[in-house]
Design a protein around this ligand. Structure first.
Ligand SMILES: *Cc1c(COP(=O)(O)O)cnc(C)c1O
Length: 387
């Protein structure tokens, strides 16, 4: 039987034609397709500025830098995320810390955040930037975080790597509340440019800093220069930037993918609803449903309820893999990684994230997953949980 991955890219003939056209055009590095992709992405998410970069890790890095994160800064994020959500602070020489998750949403817990902020305010150790993560595509509690950010004076850099096309309080992610929002276009994500990322923001000055940081800190725009132009060749380096550009080939693919975002989102929603029905009676905690937000459904992550299931997660995982079903686990809590333990974190520091991880299982979910394949996943899972 054919292997069913947990996620995979969705490439059609229009995507192929778009990349070929870009390849035959005058530009292959940064040119008009990057600008068109940024504009289309910003329009779809109702946000003024979009800065496309090589990947979301680079986006998180320059996002931190644009907020002035450096040695002496503190950055907080969720332990239930991919490594980049925390690594970006370390890239800047800043200190990282975590806020435990809400077991229902698996997103950074508002209650834990409030408690930690109160303690940090008392000890003078408030964060400069908070990086909430929209886990599995479910938007974090951004409205309440905005109020806390205004009260305590930190910036919100939302990691929406899972959440392209999601909405919160009736508005697209990135259109309100966060100061800047990061997206990923890695092959397993909602839309892909093979590798790619983006920072969206409503702040024009922040967007300009992000553009400088994306390309060596260099400008050819006279309005951004210290000195007078010495001629048509003249450029200035204004700050220490990187080469984090997205290519024309990738942007052409992204632009083509974006045209199918809403269709693919509907397919993901329908499959998630179907999983809810197929799995309702199993000893699992299913993804949260909240009336005020629409998940992008990057992942359909379930949690095996150890109290009700005789089978441990490892056994269930291996039974599914043996049946050619590509389940996965998102995420090993970041603070338990050896690199982070060497920084002083320990198992037990963020118990809700650790408990969730102990039973977590991401089931296959992508637009082209057929009902027959989904039925097979549910049947094998049912059998494995009973064993
Ligand atoms: C995928 C992912 C990233 C990193 O994305 P890249 O584009 O691969 O660098 C960061 N954060 C989260 C939550 C992710 O899922």
């Amino acid at each position: 039987m054919a292997f069913i991955p947990y996620s995979c890219q969705n490439i059609d003939d229009d995507d192929v034609a778009a990349v070929v056209a870009a390849l035959r055009s005058e530009y292959v590095t940064q040119g008009p397709a990057v600008v068109a992709f940024e504009r289309a992405f910003a329009a779809r998410h109702a946000v003024e500025h979009a800065v496309a970069v090589a990947n979301a890790t680079a986006a998180l890095h320059i996002g931190c830098l644009a907020f002035g994160v450096g040695p002496g800064s503190r950055v907080w994020t969720s332990p239930n995320s991919f490594l980049s959500s925390a690594n970006c602070a370390l890239f800047c020489g800043a200190a990282i810390d975590f806020v435990d998750i809400d077991p229902a949403t698996r997103n950074l817990s508002l209650d834990a955040l409030r408690i930690k902020l109160e303690a940090a305010a008392a000890s003078g150790e408030l964060p400069q930037v908070l990086i909430p993560v929209d886990f599995a595509g479910l938007p974090a509690d951004l409205r309440e975080m905005r109020a806390l950010a205004d009260r305590y004076g930190f910036a919100i850099l939302e990691d929406a790597s899972h959440a392209t096309g999601a909405s919160y309080l009736g508005r697209p992610v990135a259109s309100a509340w966060a100061d800047a929002t990061v997206f990923s276009f890695h092959a397993v994500k909602i839309v892909t440019t093979a590798e790619g990322g983006l920072v969206a923001t409503r702040d024009a000055a922040l967007a300009q800093r992000l553009r400088l940081l994306r390309a060596h800190g260099m400008t050819r725009d006279a309005s951004e220069m210290d000195g007078a132009s010495e001629g048509p060749w003249y450029y200035e380096q204004q700050l220490l930037g990187y080469n984090y550009r997205l290519t024309e080939l990738q942007a052409a693919l992204g632009l083509s993918q974006l045209r199918r975002l809403d269709t693919m989102h509907e397919q993901r929603i329908a499959l998630a609803d179907r999983y809810d029905r197929l799995l309702a009676d199993l000893p699992l905690r299913l993804p949260a449903r909240l009336p005020d937000r629409v998940s992008a459904w990057h992942l359909y992550a379930v949690e095996i309820d150890a109290a009700r299931s005789p089978a441990p997660r490892r056994q269930v995982f291996e039974a599914l893999r043996a049946a050619q079903i590509g389940v996965n686990v998102h995420y090993i809590p970041i603070h338990t990684q050896p690199h982070y333990r060497r920084l002083g974190f320990a198992r037990g520091d963020f118990p809700a994230a650790e408990n969730y991880y102990a039973g977590a299982l991401s089931l296959p979910l992508y637009p082209a997953l057929s009902h027959a394949q989904q039925d097979r996943v549910a049947a094998v899972l049912r059998q494995a949980l009973a064993a």
